[in-house]
Design a protein around this ligand. Structure first.
Ligand code: GUN
Length: 291
């Protein structure tokens, strides 16, 4: 059994991106510039945006964080987005989710110019991705693909079982792995799936992205399977300084011995997601997806 080291892969890719950025700047271009909009005071969101800002610095991007108060109206957020859409100094931007309840996330996502949608959440990018056209890929699915590539894990003809049908993880990764080049046979499971345990047990590759801590147990996993754990549930802990710890969707200790590969939580998929955002921002600066 091999533990997939997302931190190591992310560190290697970060160096590659940094080298490409220096080349880009040395050839006379402006530094790629990523903007993040953070509305309100959600603790986890502040931490994530902090990590994104730090990573921008490490790869040589310019980064700006627009911190807006919790009471920001939907209208003024949409105005801010309209401004960023046409700002020639901004290559890409993201609106950190979740948003306060009085703001429609869907309206916000659809207001972003697909050319600057480095989260890959706009329906134009989703549609292009599903059609196999160049698109900004959403961070978590792209991070998973990078891990599979890095560890040279065979996907062709293998049965991949995805648990969870969210727009940002389950559905896109199920689609991507079924495409040419990855060539998996994919089953997408959800809360209404019958005989879920049997379906998961038939998976050569299992992607757990349902958001239920330690849901996947050893009896659900085939011997030699590849397990990708996307879960990040915060639970109270008296063993950490912060007072909480992260649990994945997989019961790691009992599942790991049965696997060929497994991603830990934390340190598996998580560190890869920011790398995908950096890749997309560099693509935006180079106008690789939309000319
Ligand atoms: N909240 C949790 N993950 C993400 C992400 O990838 N992008 C944005 N914008 N918000 C998030």
């Amino acid at each position: 059994m091999q533990i997939i080291d997302g931190k190591e892969v992310a560190a290697n890719l970060r160096k590659e991106i940094a080298a490409e950025v220096e080349q880009w700047v040395a050839s006379g271009h402006r530094r790629p510039h990523l903007v993040a909009i953070l509305v309100g005071n959600d603790g986890a969101s502040q931490t994530y945006v902090g990590h994104k800002e730090k990573c921008c610095g490490e790869v040589g991007f310019r980064s700006t964080v627009l911190r807006l108060p919790e009471e920001t109206t939907e209208e003024s957020l949409l105005q801010e987005i309209a401004r960023l859409n046409v700002d020639p100094e901004v290559d890409g931007f993201i609106v950190q989710l979740p948003l306060p309840k009085h703001i429609s996330e869907q309206k916000v996502i659809e207001a972003i110019d697909p050319k600057k949608d480095v989260d890959g959440f706009h329906p134009v990018n989703t549609g292009r991705m599903i059609s196999g056209l160049p698109a900004y890929l959403p961070a978590t699915p792209d991070g998973i693909l990078e891990l599979l590539k890095y560890y040279k894990i065979e996907t062709s003809g293998r049965h991949c079982v995805v648990i969870g049908r969210s727009n940002i993880v389950g559905r896109p990764i199920a689609n991507l792995l079924s495409q040419k080049g990855w060539d998996c046979t994919v089953t997408l499971c959800h809360s209404r799936t019958k005989d879920l345990k049997d379906v998961v047990r038939s998976g050569d590759i299992v992607i757990a992205a349902l958001g239920k801590a330690e849901f996947v147990t050893a009896d659900m996993v085939k011997e030699g399977a590849v397990i990708v754990d996307v879960g990040i549930t915060r639970v109270p802990s008296n063993k950490t300084k912060s007072g909480w710890k992260l649990l994945g969707d997989v019961k790691f200790d009992e599942v790991a011995p049965k696997c060929s590969y497994i991603t830990p939580v934390p340190g598996g998929v998580g560190p890869m997601t920011i790398i995908s955002l950096m890749k997309n921002t560099l693509k935006a600066a180079r106008k690789e997806i939309y000319k």
